[in-house]
Unconditional design. Structure first.
Length: 658
């Protein structure tokens, strides 16, 4: 049977290992760095809320300052001024104090009657004792002198005892006192004089006047209080009159909330007894509705309404147009200055206009950078938009006193009022979406979730682009008509930029469109009451030409100019063909921009060219039958033949040729 294994260590060794930890010596140095090597702050105190208070770090400058302060505090203010005294103090400090044995020996010598050597006082010690005793001696001397004078005055009637007085004052006192001629102190009985009648009357008048003044002050006080009560009553009446006027004009009145900290009991009305006037639009953003609040003032003053958040910012619209020659013309909308005196209704109308302008400006800030076809520059109070080539539209928020004076443009006024209509359309759309969500038991959608909300800036840009397009189209048609008229051919231009009625035009920007619709127009060019060229166009710049042969979409002004030249050339050459066949007969053939006529013994060619402004130049020459080269050459231009019609000139040329 195997015995249990025994441990290799003895109980003595085990006890020795158990006691080794007691001999472990730890460093007494205080830890001053953490694991990251940063210095640990010294904890001074812990506040009741658990906040630790650490020792503030002392800079080298602060340490030097404290050390210098300690020098003067511990060693005196004259430490640097009196080095001798400092040296003597150091010498005295270096002397070792006597021990107890030496002191006992000195006491024993005193008892035995032996002489002990005395220590002489130094000059500095004598000066210090003198400075300490002299002021006290002077005070004592003054007190004794004063007491002596008093005794002399009191004892002047009695023969003084010289020996006793000398014993009292000392042997070195002044010589013996002599008796004065008379007593120094005497008593006199004084009776009150009777009052003077004039002074007594004057005092009575002062008393009566002071009473009258008190009565007048009391009367003035009552008068002031009565006046204040009357004014307070009038202000209360005016307060309710203004409230009724505001409500009669359909302004929204809401009860004012109670001030913060007001105790509210159970079942108590939680609204104050005054009103707030909400002059913002109902469907505006919450930030603008909160800012569009006014208080009815019950304090006397000029303002019957108090606007806490009114900024007095108006939106000014300016339009800068740069011509091809480089000339810049700037116009702006009309911003009338508010009158100095305004009624309550007028003041609310002005404040509502300002808050609406600010809301429109906030939407323009969001839409301007996101438009794909234009360049928008947005700052805190200015928005710049390059609406078209050479047209810059600018929106600015300005104060009433910062409104710039300039040329007033009806286009800018139209833009300003159209922005208000577009804002109302946007509000109507948002209200419809919100009511639809409520009807379907859904939470009202966020504005960011509906990017298809009707825009505000895009219709304005389309309007400006369409206006510029109409101007250029009308200018091009007028050029063609001017060239034909200069050639003696009667030509008229009919141009209608807006084909819709006024109601239809307002619906374009006020109603929420179910389908995309734009403003359209029509233009007709009539040449010699025979040939017409009809154009239709749609905003912003879609142009369609309706010709007798086909319908063509025009995409540029260069294409339009070429189309007009072709139509004019086609009409004139065919008109000359009809005229030549009537006069000479033969064969008349039109080929591109020239006309070839042949009859017996003659070949005549006509060529048509246009100037830059669509002015007409015409040339004709006859081919020589023998050589086949150009013979006689005839030239027509509006400069050479200003008063001659083109058709008359052609008829004259045909008649001259045999």
């Amino acid at each position: 049977m195997n015995s249990p294994p025994h441990s290799s260590t003895s109980p003595k060794d085990h006890d020795q290992d158990a006691e080794d930890w007691k001999g472990l010596r730890l460093s007494l140095e205080r830890p001053y760095k953490d694991e990251k090597g940063e210095k640990l702050p010294i904890l001074y105190d812990i506040e009741p809320d658990g906040k630790f208070i650490y020792e503030t770090k002392e800079t080298l400058d602060d340490r030097l300052k404290s050390n210098l302060h300690r020098i003067f505090q511990e060693r005196g203010l004259d430490f640097f001024d009196n080095p001798d005294k400092r040296f003597i103090a150091n010498v005295d400090a270096q002397k070792e104090p006597k021990d107890d044995v030496d002191m006992e020996q000195e006491d024993a010598k005193d008892e035995e009657g032996e002489e002990v050597p005395t220590k002489h006082m130094t000059f500095e010690e004598l000066n210090a004792m003198r400075a300490e005793l002299l002021p006290q001696l002077h005070v004592a001397f003054g007190e004794v002198t004063q007491a002596r004078d008093i005794l002399n005055s009191l004892l002047s009637t009695v023969q003084p005892n010289t020996s006793a007085l000398q014993a009292l004052l000392g042997t070195t006192a002044t010589p013996a006192l002599t008796a004065p001629d008379g007593p120094a102190l005497t008593a006199t009985v004084v009776s009150k004089e009777p009052p003077i009648p004039s002074v007594q009357a004057f005092n009575a008048q002062i008393v009566i006047g002071s009473k009258d003044e008190a009565l007048r002050k009391a009367a003035d006080l009552f008068d002031t209080v009565a006046t204040r009560l009357e004014k307070s009553q009038k202000r209360e009446e005016l307060y309710w009159v203004n409230a009724l006027k505001i409500r009669r004009n359909n302004w929204r009145l809401i009860p004012s909330p109670l001030p913060r900290g007001t105790f509210i009991g159970k079942g108590v009305d939680r609204t104050a007894r005054d009103f707030l006037v909400a002059y913002g639009l109902e469907e505006s953003h919450i930030a603008f509705r909160r800012g569009a609040l006014a208080n009815l003032s019950d304090v006397g003053g000029k303002n019957e309404l108090v606007f806490a958040n009114r900024q007095r910012n108006r939106m000014q619209i300016s339009l800068s147009i740069t011509t091809p020659e480089g000339k810049v013309s700037a116009t702006m909308n009309s911003l009338p200055a508010p009158p100095k005196t305004l009624s309550v209704e007028e003041e609310l109308a002005w404040a509502q206009t300002e808050i609406i302008d600010q809301e429109i400006f906030s939407y323009l800030v969001k839409e301007a950078p996101a438009m794909p076809t234009i360049i928008g520059r947005v700052s805190e109070r200015t928005i710049g938009v390059d609406a078209a080539d050479g047209i810059e539209l600018k929106f600015e928020l300005v104060k009433d006193e910062e409104v710039q004076a300039g040329a007033i443009s009806p286009i800018c006024d139209v833009i300003y009022h159209a922005l208000h209509i577009l804002l109302l359309r946007k509000h109507e759309y948002q209200k419809g979406v919100r009511l639809k969500a409520i009807a379907n038991f859904q939470p009202p959608p966020d504005e960011k979730e509906h990017p298809i909300s009707p825009p505000i800036l895009q219709p304005i840009v389309d309007f400006l682009q369409y206006n510029l397009f109409c101007e250029r189209l009308e200018l091009e048609l007028n050029k063609a008509a001017s060239g034909l008229t200069a050639a003696g051919i009667n030509t008229t231009v009919f141009f209608n930029g807006v084909g819709e009625t006024g109601d239809e035009l307002v619906k374009f920007i006020s109603d929420i469109p179910q389908t995309i619709s734009h403003i359209s127009g029509e233009a007709v060019l009539t040449i010699a009451d025979r040939h017409t060229v009809r154009f239709t166009f749609v905003a912003p710049s879609h142009l369609t030409a309706h010709l007798s042969q086909a319908t063509i979409h025009v995409y540029s002004m260069a294409q339009l100019s070429q189309l007009l030249r072709n139509e004019i050339e086609h009409f004139l050459l065919h008109r000359i063909c009809q005229l030549g066949q009537r006069l000479k007969g033969g064969t008349w053939l039109v080929d591109l921009d020239h006309l070839v006529a042949r009859w017996e013994g003659c070949v005549l060619t006509f060529h048509l060219t246009f100037e830059k402004d669509l002015g007409i130049n015409f040339s004709a020459f006859r081919l020589d039958s023998k050589t086949g080269r150009r013979g006689h050459f005839f030239q027509y231009s509006r400069l050479n033949s200003p008063n001659v019609s083109l058709l008359s000139w052609v008829e004259d040329i045909i008649s001259k040729i045999p």
